[in-house]
Design a protein around this ligand. Structure first.
Ligand code: SF4
Length: 87
């Protein structure tokens, strides 16, 4: 099942990659969360490891269809990070 806000790849060996998730509602569209680079401003359910690595293991925000618009709304912040900065 796929549309512009939802996609599944049940052939993936990791599907669903969050084992506590409901497989029928699990979207692979944002397999790698585009908000990761926003650090502590992503709005998700993250923790940091002892070595300072952001850990998203407990976050299902990008894997739910109803959060599609929420992800897109935050993309301005991601685009801004990539913008050429004035010296
Ligand atoms: S998966 Fe969740 S915690 Fe991780 S970057 Fe995306 S929104 Fe933030």
């Amino acid at each position: 099942m796929a549309d512009s806000t939802f996609y599944q790849n049940r052939e993936c060996e990791y599907f669903p990659c969050h084992k506590s998730a409901n497989a029928d509602r699990f979207s692979c569209l944002f397999c790698y969360c585009p908000l990761y680079t926003l650090g502590d401003r992503c709005g998700g359910n993250f923790t940091y490891t002892e070595t300072g690595i952001k850990d998203c293991s407990n976050c299902l925000i990008p894997h739910r269809r109803e959060n599609y618009e929420k992800i897109l709304e935050k993309m301005d912040g991601v685009i801004d990070l990539a913008r050429k900065k004035s010296p």
